[in-house]
Design a protein around this ligand. Structure first.
Ligand code: ATP
Ligand code: MG
Ligand code: MG
Length: 545
């Protein structure tokens, strides 16, 4: 547990000290209508994290009260996300729909107490009667129905005698409450739709405000943690649980600030739009802020957990800079990823004074990474270097290979440029170079000073790979919709070249391609014929303003 205690843990500790609860029980209650995103990761870390820290447990509950948008594929994605982040939920996944019979009974109870009624006004009237912040609402004439009438109508609603929208069940609270949500909130609505779990068993569905507090209570939840936009719903939460005179203890709702990240959208509706419109390859497209997307991109679970930890738990909404997430993965991989050499845009270098071939032993890790391991890098008289690591007419300060400036081939020798060969369009197709036999890395007696070392691969032994480079999905800091998409968020390089050990030894799935960034073998498209690597993140924050 981090040293600084967040306000939620302070509340939990106070409750435990006062013996309000025997055990801490939290829940993560997503609606299975989309893949979970990094915002959900935040909620998962909070709910499961608090349960773990206080030896309690956390339920994974599908809040499946909206039959038209929900699906089992989303349930699977939610389970995957929780498990991948390393958390365990107690027993099986729970579903609000499992409690439909019980929730129905509670509704009947409220009716019997005269605290709920069947209303039959139109939607427009309902809006009109609600009033405004400055003006009290007025109650519908149907609020004066007798308990018997209400019981009868509610049962017939359940039995499917009415069409969608014909009646609703409302709590009888206060049409002039300053909290607008308390103006006789809806408890049930009619919806003739197929539900992915209860099929056609129900045609009335409880509203969030009624189902959520009761599901929490039924599960014995103690701390019901949600995001700030539910602040005004807390009064209903308390009202329902109090009016029903339930056996204590009962849960209480606590709100924290929703995670927002710039250059990112997190509404599932907007993410679904990207998927359905084929703007991305799917929910797990490596550019998506979904857990599945981040995972496929190459993010580690530790980097995501560290990110959620670092941003903390706040009571006021704020925007987190996406570079903070990028920092977390870079920071995590810096101490884990083997360093290898890959050339994205190759240019041929023939070393005219080198004969034969050799294998150069090179460590996978720099000195400051406490990991062991090395590989053999083949070397011969033909290598490829990065096109941008040579300049015929260098700008001032250019410190790589030029006609007048030597460079070191990383782990190998120092070379100088002898001749430039161009095609008919003037494009450089080959460089003829000389190497210095006394300049071998680690054993350099040449006395030559070079300003940099560049990556290279041996022409005879390198492997061709596909590299997918990602940029931000949105070009605007506060993206709204499709018009803000970055048209250049994906570029594919089909013929990058990599040193053979990466493919043959497979020491890891994630690598640092030296001077390029961190890369991950795409878990879906990678094959022996076409090894595919995703760029996870660059080596430094190239977006720094
Ligand atoms: P969205 O509006 O992005 O589709 P949602 O709030 O409708 O998300 P749910 O599936 O209902 O998504 O959320 C499950 C849980 O995750 C809720 O407790 C919710 O508060 C939390 N959650 C969702 N988005 C975020 C976020 N951006 N930051 C923190 N918690 C979030
Ligand atoms: Mg929701
Ligand atoms: Mg939503």
């Amino acid at each position: 547990m981090s040293e600084h205690k967040d306000f939620l843990r302070v509340i939990v500790e106070e409750d435990l000290k006062e013996n309000k609860y025997q055990e801490v029980i939290t829940r993560f209650p997503p609606e299975p209508n989309g893949f979970p995103h990094i915002g959900h990761a935040k909620s998962i870390c909070i709910n499961f994290g608090i349960a773990r820290d206080y030896n309690g447990f956390c339920n994974l509950r599908m809040d499946d009260t909206n039959p038209t948008t929900e699906d089992t594929k989303y349930v699977e994605a939610l389970k995957d996300a929780v498990e991948w982040l390393g958390f365990e939920y107690k027993d099986e996944v729970k579903y609000t729909s499992d409690y439909f019979p019980k929730i129905y009974e509670y509704a009947v109870e409220l009716i019997k107490m005269g605290k709920a009624y069947v209303d039959s006004i139109t939607e427009e009237q309902m809006k009109e009667f609600r009033g405004t912040v400055t003006q009290a609402g007025k109650r519908s004439e149907f609020a004066s129905r007798t308990i018997e009438e209400n019981l009868d109508l509610f049962e017939r609603m359940k039995n499917g005698e009415f069409k969608d929208g014909e009646h609703v069940l409302r709590a009888k609270i206060d049409m002039s409450a300053s909290n607008m949500k308390m103006r006789d909130p809806l408890l049930y609505r009619i919806r003739h739709a197929h539900h992915f779990r209860t099929q056609n068993q129900w045609c009335i569905y409880p509203m969030y405000d009624f189902a959520h507090c009761l599901s929490d209570y039924i599960e014995g939840v103690t701390h019901s943690i949600c995001t700030l936009e539910f602040e005004n719903n807390r009064d209903i939460y308390d009202w329902v649980l109090n009016e029903l005179n339930l056996t204590p203890p009962r849960p209480y709702q606590h709100e924290f600030a929703r995670l927002g990240i710039n250059y990112t959208v997190m509404s599932k509706r907007k993410l679904l739009e990207l998927v359905n419109g084929n703007y991305v390859s799917g929910w797990d497209d490596p550019r998506m802020p979904t857990i599945a997307g981040l995972k496929r991109r190459g993010y580690t679970k530790d980097s995501i957990i560290n990110f959620c930890d670092q941003i903390g738990i706040a009571k006021a909404n704020s925007m987190v800079d996406v570079s903070q997430l990028e920092f977390c993965i870079r920071d995590d991989l810096n101490t884990k990823a083997p360093r290898v050499m890959c050339v994205l845009d190759p240019i041929k270098v023939t070393i005219t004074n080198y004969e034969g071939s050799e294998d150069i032993e090179a460590s996978y890790y720099p000195h400051d990474v406490p990991k062991e391991g090395s590989r053999k890098i083949p070397f011969s008289n033909v290598v490829y270097i990065e096109r941008e690591d040579f300049s015929e007419n260098p700008v001032k300060g250019y410190n790589r290979l030029t006609p007048n400036q030597a460079v070191r081939l990383r782990h190998a020798y120092i070379i100088t440029c002898e001749e430039i060969i161009k095609d008919e369009n003037g494009k450089i197709i080959e460089i003829k170079a000389l190497y210095n036999p006394n300049s071998k890395s680690g054993n350099d007696t040449s006395g030559i000073k070079v300003k940099s070392a560049i990556q290279w691969v041996d022409a005879n032994n390198c492997k061709k790979i596909e590299v997918r480079l990602y940029d931000r999905l949105y070009k605007n800091e506060a993206p709204e919709g499709l018009e803000d998409l970055n048209p250049n968020s994906l570029s594919i390089i089909k013929d990058a070249l990599i040193e053979p050990a990466v493919i043959t030894d497979k020491v890891d799935e994630r690598f640092q391609f030296e001077r390029q960034g961190y890369f991950y073998a795409d878990p879906i498209d990678y094959s022996d014929e076409i090894p595919v690597f995703n760029k996870i993140v660059g080596l430094k924050d190239s977006w720094a303003k």
